[in-house]
Design a binder for this molecule. Structure first.
Ligand SMILES: Cc1ncc(COP(=O)(O)O)c(C=O)c1O
Length: 418
């Protein structure tokens, strides 16, 4: 043991609440985390030596094991090798990066696009390149960690507005304007845990009124929403008022990597001064080749058909759970206030320990869900995050809904006894 293991920073780790709860669950064999799969990411996967219905992925279009995506990855691996061994700036750029950037710019209708190693880095690099000392970055309070991290990563002032509350945003922007501070607003298009949507049209209007730049992270909406499947900004008809759009390849695009789509000035500035772009190795060729194949597929008729199936599955799962009386988070609403179904169906459980127990019972019944608990969601608002893919069948989803219903009934019985 190193001599300084009793250093106060190390001791502090022992009091970490999340670590304690996860360790306790691990000891009982009930932890939902780091369960290793023995098969490809598909509607049914092998975990711990048994088949499970996978409702805990972000593989919305079911492309992770699609033959064309695998073929794209395989060809890139065979031609360019296993790793990039360097930054995009130096030896890490391969032809496929440039093809993918051209494809994304064409898809998003922007002057340019830039590919990062991950989506997290795309947000850090984009925001970090634009904002600095004297500026204000205003993020939605529930925005993804990468947007909050990006705001902290700069010398700009980081401010949060209440989740999806346009008045709260207007107030923050008015304060920034009064102080003569340029502002950048950053939001998720679809919020990853609750599956609700940012009201991008109204956010874009407020940003224009206050002369603020709007960035929408399309991580969970690319491939799913909008006439061309570029995300919710397009669905809201707000692409022309949204100068910055970022995204990831780790969900519908089913590989790993990230991107920003915007102006030549933005992309050239990131290329030369985006720290999370420059000071890291380029993504592995297989990821870039797989992403290129997936983007092309999403832009084809098959992509549209898969997005429709994915949303039909989201609707089916939601309706099945509601008909069984399972408590769900409120549905998302779209541009006209009408209900919008997303692939994310969050089942509210409440207190963390109960959520862990419920997760484990569901797992034992052969359904893998994602468990979100504090600090990913507010304290005592733990939820089972179910997410459908285009490849699930209605029979799969019926099975999942019945299992969720059964484990929640058990949970209620336990609460009554306690
Ligand atoms: C909204 C959002 N943005 C960014 C990211 C980061 O993407 P990546 O996994 O490519 O780093 C995620 C992934 O969880 C996300 O949900």
């Amino acid at each position: 043991m190193p001599r300084n293991h009793k250093h106060q920073m190390m001791r502090r780790l022992q009091d970490n609440w999340s670590v304690k709860i996860v360790r306790a669950m691990q000891l009982e064999g009930k932890s939902p985390y780091f369960r290793a799969m023995q098969s490809a990411n598909s509607p049914r996967v092998d975990i711990d030596g048994a088949p499970r219905l996978m409702l805990g992925s972000n593989n919305y279009l079911g492309l992770a094991d699609h033959p064309l995506v695998i073929e794209g990855a395989r060809k890139a691996l065979e031609r360019f090798g296993a790793g990039s061994t360097g930054s995009r700036l130096l030896n890490g750029t391969i032809e496929l990066h440039l093809e993918l950037e051209a494809e994304i710019a064409d898809w998003y209708g922007t002057e340019a696009a830039i590919v990062f190693t991950t989506g997290h880095q795309a947000n850090l690099g984009t925001i970090g390149t634009l904002a600095g000392r004297g500026d204000v970055i205003v993020t939605d309070a529930d925005a993804h960690a990468s947007l909050h991290d990006a705001a902290k990563f700069t010398d700009a002032q980081a401010v949060r507005f209440r989740h999806n509350d346009v008045d709260s945003l207007a107030e923050k922007l008015a304060t920034a304007a009064k102080r003569g501070r340029p502002a950048l607003v950053a939001v998720d298009g679809v919020y990853s845990m609750e599956g609700d949507l940012a009201p991008v049209d109204r956010l874009a209007e407020i940003c224009l009124e206050h002369n603020a730049l709007l960035l929408v992270d399309e991580a969970h909406s690319v491939g799913v929403f909008g006439p061309n499947l570029t995300g919710v900004t397009e669905m809201y008809g707000a692409a022309d008022r949204t100068p910055l759009r970022t995204g990831t390849f780790s969900k519908s695009i089913a590989t790993v990597g990230g991107f920003a789509a915007g102006s030549h000035d933005l992309v050239d500035a990131i290329r030369t001064s985006g720290r999370s772009f420059l000071f890291t190795a380029a993504g592995v060729p297989a990821a870039v080749g797989g992403a290129l194949a997936a983007v092309r597929l999403i832009r084809s008729a098959e992509g549209q058909e898969r997005a429709e199936r994915c949303l039909a599955n989201g609707r089916f799962l939601r309706d099945s759970l509601i008909s069984l009386g399972v408590p769900l988070a409120d549905p998302a609403t779209g541009p006209d206030g009408a209900e919008i179904v997303t692939p994310i169906v969050p089942v509210i459980v409440g207190e963390s320990l109960r959520a862990f127990a419920t997760w484990h019972e569901l797992y034992q019944r052969g359904v893998f869900a994602a468990l979100a608990h504090y600090p990913a969601v507010p304290l005592d608002h733990a939820l089972l995050r179910l997410a459908v893919t285009a490849e699930h069948t209605f029979a799969d989803l019926e099975e999942a809904a019945e299992a969720v219903h059964a484990v929640l009934e058990l949970d209620t019985e336990r609460q009554l006894v306690a």
